[in-house]
Design a protein around this ligand. Sequence first.
Ligand code: XMP
Length: 321
Amino acid sequence: TWDSSSIVDEQVRAIREQVGDRRVLCGLSGGVDSAVAAALVQRAIGDRLTCVFVDHGLLRKGEAEQVRTDFVAATGVNLVVMEESERFLSALAGVSDPETKRKIIGREFIRSFETAARRIAGDRGVDLLCQGTLYPDVVESGGGDGASNIKSHHNVGGLPDDLQFELIEPLRALFKDEVRAVGTELGLPEAMVWRQPFPGPGLGIRIIGEVTRERLDLLREADAIARAELTAAGLDREVWQMPVVLLADVRSVGVQGDHRTYGHPVVLRPVSSEDAMTADWSRLPYEVIERISTRITNECPQVNRVVLDCTSKPPGTIEWE
Ligand code: XMP
């Protein structure tokens, strides 16, 4: 059995050893993993850590604000925010293929990082890049133990071949529940530690089809409604995560108000899981599903159908792309 305070001690020691007197840059995604990784590095080396938050325009509602305020308030970390949605969206224009989207997003992340690193450190440079890579990410990206590549994971910054930074990945041997315990041990706020997982490529891989600003705005609204209802029902900890997916290239006929519509379906993908490597679809109470469905179709006029994904992983992955 492990305990979180000894993991913290051990990691702090390892980080100090790896970093020496150098400087570290850490990308924050808004998620638990990068927040805990950053908090660990900060515990180890203090203000020789600078965090970068890339707002790529693929975030959920309220996410950027959460990082700017809550995380900084909890840790007092140095934070640089890069406003990059224009660049990401133009790089993604016309692209529907999932792996291509992931590669583009990963590549643009690196550009943002390199720019941030130059801006922060000037001529001195930053030496190491901290990533919140977990054990399951290592396995699923085909790294480490030679497992097959299921999806290219881009944990804020991805793993570029041509990157000039040395990597530091303090969570590489941990599973999510261990990461949460470490986060709690480090004093991070509960809302952050228990936040449901959200992929680095963000809503970009939850729009099936081309990613556009209008589609993002639509999905952001639908997702915010679904999340609010899940929270209101007290199901946040029971459900591992609930991707909301916009089938942007699919249209179906509906009737809203007293006229015929030709809108898009939105998929709810609630799953329960221990580590995201396998998952079961969550049997949400019908009343909760009903409330989400009613609200989304009322409040998002372009959506005229809400469907439920009842597939386990395997065979389905958690995300649709
Ligand atoms: P899949 O879709 O492979 O997802 O069943 C497993 C878990 O990983 C998350 N995920 C990602 N997380 N970068 C991340 O940081 C990514 O590129 C990425 N792709 C998927 C997904 O949300 C789920 O929790």
